[in-house]
Design a protein around this ligand. Structure first.
Ligand code: AHR
Length: 499
């Protein structure tokens, strides 16, 4: 059996966890929207065409923000295509995903859907192939009280009150060669600064998100981020970071170590921000918006080029399995661990496409195993992140050395309830965890939720939707200020403690 010791101390906190790290991302990509959140004519659709069977899985997530509409989609998008009467909206060639965009669902529909689902919208404007003025127009449409061209248009379209969107992404992954309108860091930084300036002159309450590097593997990381930040620092509030990990080589031990790359990436981005702040002698704070992250394996990245110009085809629908729950879980622990620098985090994406909520057109809706890791994170991850010292047995994998079998992160909420998230990365052995509670007295274990499977590739389907699901059957117990538990091999654990 593997072994690990963990220490948490009431006085050693990282930071309060921002509500906005419980967010997601919705892009008109594949069947995320069409056949996902929106399918008029589906038996569960409401009067606006929003699928309620999908909503039933989204509501318990209690999402703070949904980032919209992209993503790569944004780089040739005209936001005006998605407002007003649907029959007047243009069909467009959508080059990022090689599809036809009908624009039946746009900004107006997303505003309604978000309202119904109780979350707020983080808008992305197109600075790749459009400019400052169009971005300002979008702010005017969404947030200006009335009496002007765009604000009156919004009212005509059924939104009397301003939508008051606070968070605005200044384009997406503009460092990437795959982006129409790719730009070098400095050029982009200058443009983003002017856009942020103009947008904030319309609504001084908004916060702007600068697009940073699209992955730690980009040759231009971190120079792109530093250069863009140097040009725009005082006008922006967040730096966007994206990261996807996958198991293309089908090496599970190596795959489960990959959230360590996320940890390092977030550390490095925080350091890049600190460097620019120090260089500028600025008092202004810029935080990380980790607005796209997830596991993503598919070679299916290329499937869009095989059959082009379809409307809402199934794209990027990986079969996510039990091991993906642990890999995503590791990324989620990384977000909590970086509570001092990561203030927005959007799992990518919400339905079907790179997602754990799966639907069939005109059919059912079910969830894949990683959904539960995300659900637990949104349910039990709210509060203050505690410094969680882990001393664990380790292993070497193909690409990583000294990988701790145990990954753990603790959170304490406002009522002093403690949640310990723990992942046993061992594919073969149980792990004996002993967790010392310093400064926390009189606690007992209220719940120990376990998500595991005999086969790392086990998953759920429409016919067997409950094949992999969590159970409250863990064995954690408190003894003399210590939590002892034997964690199943390859398991995701949520241990809830209270007085
Ligand atoms: O989420 C899918 C795509 O991944 C997004 O459109 C893009 O931003 C990233 O490359």
């Amino acid at each position: 059996m593997k072994k690990a010791k963990v220490i948490i101390d009431k006085d050693f906190t990282i930071a309060e966890i921002d509500e906005k790290v419980f967010s997601s991302f919705v892009e008109p990509l594949g069947r995320c929207i069409y056949g996902g959140i929106y399918e008029p004519g589906h038996e569960s659709a409401d009067e606006d065409g929003f699928r309620q069977d999908v909503m039933e899985y989204i509501k318990p997530l209690n999402l703070t923000l949904n980032r919209f509409p992209g993503g790569n989609f944004t780089s040739t998008y005209r936001w005006e295509d998605g407002i007003g009467p649907k029959e007047e909206r243009p069909r467009r060639v959508e080059v990022a995903w090689q599809c036809i965009e009908t624009n039946e669902f746009g900004l107006d529909e997303f505003a309604k859907w978000s309202d119904k689902n109780g979350s707020d919208v983080m808008m992305t404007v197109n600075l790749a192939t459009r400019g400052v003025l169009e971005a300002m127009d979008c702010v005017e449409y969404c947030n200006f009280e009335g009496g002007t061209h765009w604000s009156e248009m919004r009212k005509k379209n059924g939104f009397e009150k301003p939508l008051n969107y606070k968070y605005w992404c200044l384009s997406n992954e503009i460092d990437g060669i795959w982006q129409v309108g790719q730009k070098p860091g400095r050029e982009y930084g200058l443009l983003a600064k002017e856009a942020a300036k103009g947008m904030k002159l319309i609504d001084s309450e908004i916060k702007t998100v600068l697009a940073g590097s699209s992955s730690p593997g980009q040759d231009t990381f971190p120079a792109f981020d530093v250069e863009a930040l140097e040009e725009s620092y005082d006008f922006i509030d967040y730096l966007s970071v994206h990261h996807y990990i996958g198991n293309m080589e089908n090496d599970s031990a190596n795959y489960l170590a990959k959230p360590m790359v996320t940890d390092r990436y977030l550390d490095n981005v925080a350091a890049a921000i600190a460097f620019v702040k120090a260089k500028k002698r600025s008092e202004h704070e810029v935080y990380i918006s980790f607005d796209e992250f997830n596991t993503w394996h598919s070679i299916a990245r290329e499937e869009r080029f095989e059959k082009k110009w379809r409307v809402a085809p199934p794209l990027l629908e990986d079969t996510y399995t039990a091991e993906d729950a642990l890999a995503l879980g590791g990324m989620l622990l990384s977000v909590l661990r970086h509570a001092d620098s990561v203030k927005i985090a959007c799992v990518s994406e919400l339905v079907n496409c790179i997602s754990h909520i799966r639907t069939r057109n005109q059919g059912g809706c079910w969830v894949l195993p990683p959904y539960y890791a995300f659900l637990h994170y949104t349910q039990y991850g709210r509060g203050t992140a505690l410094l969680t010292k882990v001393n664990s047995d380790v292993y070497d994998s193909k690409d990583y050395k000294d990988v701790p079998y145990l990954d753990a992160q603790a959170v304490v909420d406002a009522q002093d309830n403690i949640t310990v998230f723990a992942i046993n990365r061992s594919l073969e052995e149980q792990l004996e965890m002993s967790l010392e509670l310093r400064g926390f007295e009189g606690y007992s274990v209220k719940k120990h939720i376990v998500l595991t499977a005999d086969d790392p590739k086990a998953t759920n389907t429409e016919d067997t939707p409950d094949a992999v699901k969590p159970a409250e059957n863990g064995n954690a117990r408190c003894e003399n200020g210590c939590v002892k538990a034997v964690l199943d091999k390859m398991s995701w654990n949520v241990i809830c403690l209270s007085k």
